[in-house]
Design a protein around this ligand. Structure first.
Ligand code: BV8
Length: 256
């Protein structure tokens, strides 16, 4: 990676009053969490992630989808933030209010690295939710808590059979409105948008890079491969999150 390309981007970051960082699965790849692209290795290679990560997929085969999430949850809990996550958290600590992370990832590695300004567009894989509306609540009672559910694949309500699902946004489901609006505002306001480890294939998340570009921000992509957002980039840095973010965000000048 040309040192001057990194120095150039470091200069933009040093001057930027607001930096937005859009992250995807590649951000957590060096923490041992498979990306969506290569998530389907081994046991899950036979399944289409968009089918598994959908209300239709869950309705069609709740046990299959629950077990897929259970195996991913185990992977997330065993994983540790990498040098890329830590570099973002450290920069945020040193420059309060200047850097915000907008993540497509459903893991909690940004938060575990110490990042506080994190917008989660696609939810939290470690959270449980009811698949359907709570019938007891509909009958005027209190809402049942998913943790009361009877164990199983998936766990289900002993009272009405309602099934538990992971607290993520599935394909075909709307993103949390407040999170998307806050992310849009950050994209319109940032002077630099770092786009880290995303193929840029999933919307409306990928649209945030277009919003930033339209608003005049410098879009910088960090990815070892080509991505659908490359045409937007003022600088494309071909490399990994854990290798490049510490260089881009280090306080002290880089060794020559
Ligand atoms: C919705 C949670 C409507 C679940 C996820 C516009 C155009 C086209 C299609 C659409 C559109 N608008 C909507 C759609 C449909 C759809 C969509 O985008 N389809 C695509 C696939 C064609 N979008 C939706 O369905 C969205 N909802 O539109 O609702 C609506 C509106 C109102 C009312 C009702 C409904 C919901 C989308 C969210 C789905 N949920 N995740 C779960 O995780 O199980 S998406 C999930 O997949 C991830 O969160 C992430 O967003 C996406 C995977 O993408 P990436 O993160 O980019 O990962 P990927 O594996 O693809 O690539 C990894 C990259 O990292 C690669 O480039 C690789 O080179 C790089 N890399 C690898 N290693 C490293 C690295 N980079 C750096 N360092 C490394 N070490």
């Amino acid at each position: 990676m040309a040192q001057e390309a990194i120095e150039e981007v470091r200069g933009w970051l040093a001057e930027a009053p607001h930096i937005a960082v859009l992250t995807g699965a590649g951000m957590s790849a060096e923490s041992g969490i498979a990306t969506f692209r290569d998530a389907l290795t081994g046991l899950w290679a036979r399944f289409d992630p968009q089918r598994l990560a959908s209300p239709e997929g869950f309705a069609a085969d709740p046990a299959l989808v629950w077990d897929w999430y259970a195996s991913r949850r185990a992977g997330v809990m065993a994983a540790k933030p990498n040098a890329g996550h830590r570099a973002l958290a450290d920069f945020e600590r040193r420059h309060p209010g200047r850097l915000h992370v907008v993540t497509q990832n459903v893991d909690d590695l940004h938060q575990r690295a110490g990042s506080e300004n994190v917008i989660r567009l696609h939810g939290d894989i470690l959270e449980d939710r009811w698949f359907d509306a709570c019938r007891r609540h509909a009958r005027g009672g209190n809402v049942c808590d998913p943790s009361w559910a009877e164990p199983g694949s998936p766990p289900a309500c002993a009272d009405c059979g309602n099934r538990v699902r992971p607290g993520v946004v599935w394909f075909g489901e709307a993103l949390p409105v407040a999170a998307l609006e806050a992310a849009e505002q950050l994209a319109r306001r940032c002077a630099v948008m770092l786009v880290i480890g995303t193929s840029g294939a999933v919307h409306p998340a990928a649209g945030l890079a277009y919003t930033a570009r339209r608003a005049g921000a410098k879009v910088v992509i960090v990815n070892p491969q080509l991505s659908e957002l490359d045409p937007l980039a003022l600088r494309r840095l071909q490399g990994t999150a854990a290798a490049l973010l510490p260089l881009l965000l280090a306080e002290e000048p880089l060794a020559a």
